[in-house]
Ligand binder design. Structure first.
Ligand code: UT7
Length: 318
C-alpha cells in the first residue's frame, strides 16, 4: 500500500500588518465588532510589487528545506490559488521558473477558492497512490488584498494575504487516509468576484452574502467531518488535531463542538492573518508543526469551504 506522507511544511506572511484599528479609519467598523464576529485581530498585506507566486515561492522553499528535498527532485507542482499572478501561464509554472525547477515535471494550478488546499491535497494523493508521482509540492497562496473593496466593511475586515506549502512523498507508512470533496455551483453568487475574462462584468472585488455563507458553512462542515471519519473508519476520539480553514472563529468553534474536541486541540491562526483563502490551512498546519504542538504520528483533520461553493476534508497522519 502506498500512502502520501507530509514530509515538509513552510509558510509566509507579508511583512506589513494591518490591525483592526487601521480599518476603523477606513470604514464604519470597530475592533470589538470584528473580533466578536470573526476572531480576527489583524491581517498581513502584500507589497504592491509582491505577487501570489512570490509569496508561494518563499513558503515552498521553506517546505522543501524542511523535507530535505531539492527543487529538481519534485515530480509534480500544484499551486492552489484564486488570485493567480497572470491569466496564463499558471502560477505553478511561474513558480517552477522562480525556483529553477527545470526537470520538466508537470505543474498546474488548482482553483477551488478557499478549498483549494484540500482539493490540491486530494489531487496530490491520487498522483502518489497511482504511482504517477513520488515527490509532490503543493502550495496554497492568495493575495486577496488586491481583490478586496476597501470601502465595503462587510468584506474588507475579513481577508488577508499569505502562503503555505507542503511536500508530500510516497511512503509505505500512513499518510493521507482519505479525502472527501464536494461542490455545488448553484451557490455561485453567494461568494464571488463577478468579473473575468470571457465574461467581463462588474468591478474586480469580492462580494459575499456573509450570513448565508456562514449558515451553509456550519451545516456543511457538520456533515463533512462525519463523512470523512466514516470513509476512513475512524472515530472522533481518534483525532489529535483539527486544522480548519481559517475564515471565522465561530465556524471553527461550531465544527470543534460537533467533533467533541476542546479548542486546545484546534490549530487556530485566524486572529493573526484573517481569511487567506487557499493559504489558510497550510499556514495553520505549519504554525502548529513548527511550534511543536503537532507531532509526528498524530491524526489531523483538515477541512475547508469556500466560493463555488466548494468544500472538502482530508484525514491525514502526520
Ligand atoms: O472563506 C469562505 C467562507 N467565508 C466565510 O466563512 C464567511 C462566512 N460569514 C461570516 O463569517 C459572517 O457572516 C460575517 C463575519 C461576514 C458577518 O457576521 P454576521 O454575524 O453574519 O453579521 P451580518 O452580516 O448578519 O451583519 C450584522 C450587522 C449588520 O447590521 P444590521 O443590519 O444588523 O444593522 C451589518 O451591516 O453587522 C453589520 N456589519 C458591520 N458592522 C460593523 C457588517 N459588517 C460590519 C463591520 N463592522 N465590518
Amino acid at each position: 500500500m502506498i500512502y502520501s506522507r507530509i514530509t515538509g511544511t513552510g509558510s509566509y506572511l507579508p511583512e506589513r500588518i494591518m490591525p483592526n484599528s487601521e480599518l476603523t479609519t477606513m470604514v464604519d467598523t470597530s475592533d470589538e465588532w470584528i473580533q466578536s464576529r470573526t476572531g480576527i485581530k489583524q491581517r498581513h498585506i502584500a507589497r504592491a510589487d509582491e505577487s501570489t507566486c512570490d509569496m508561494g515561492a518563499v513558503a515552498a522553499t521553506r517546505a522543501l528545506q524542511s523535507a530535505g528535498l531539492e527543487p529538481n527532485q519534485l515530480d509534480l507542482v500544484l499551486f492552489a490559488t484564486s488570485t493567480p499572478d497572470q491569466i496564463f501561464p499558471s502560477t505553478a509554472c511561474l513558480l517552477q521558473r522562480q525556483l529553477e525547477i527545470t526537470n520538466g515535471c508537470p505543474a498546474f494550478d488548482v482553483q477551488a477558492v478557499c478549498s483549494g488546499f484540500v482539493y490540491g491535497l486530494t489531487i496530490a494523493d491520487k498522483f502518489i497512490k497511482s504511482g504517477s508521482a513520488k515527490n509532490v509540492l503543493l502550495i496554497g497562496a492568495d493575495c486577496l488584498s488586491k481583490i478586496v473593496d476597501w470601502t465595503d466593511r462587510s468584506t474588507c475586515v475579513l481577508f488577508g494575504d499569505g502562503a503555505g506549502a507542503v511536500v508530500l512523498q510516497a511512503s509505505t507508512e500512513p499518510g493521507v487516509y482519505s479525502t472527501v470533496l464536494h461542490a455545488n455551483g448553484a451557490y455561485a453568487n453567494m461568494l464571488e468576484v463577478p468579473c473575468g475574462v470571457s465574461k467581463p462584468g462588474e468591478e474586480r472585488f469580492i462580494k459575499m452574502q456573509g450570513s448565508d455563507v456562514f449558515k451553509f458553512a456550519v451545516a456543511a462542515m457538520d456533515e463533512l467531518v462525519e463523512e470523512v471519519l466514516v470513509t476512513s473508519a475512524m472515530q472522533k476520539s481518534d483525532l489529535d488535531w483539527l486544522i480548519p480553514h481559517q475564515a471565522n472563529q465561530r465556524i471553527i468553534t461550531a465544527t470543534a463542538k460537533k467533533l467533541n474536541m476542546p479548542m486546545s486541540k484546534v490549530i487556530m491562526t485566524v486572529e493573526e492573518h484573517g481569511n487567506t483563502s487557499a493559504a489558510s490551512i497550510p499556514l495553520a498546519m505549519d504554525t502548529g508543526i513548527r511550534d511543536g504542538r503537532v507531532k509526528p504520528g498524530q491524526l489531523l483533520l483538515l477541512e475547508a469551504i469556500g466560493g463555488g461553493f466548494a468544500w472538502g476534508a482530508v484525514l491525514v497522519r502526520y
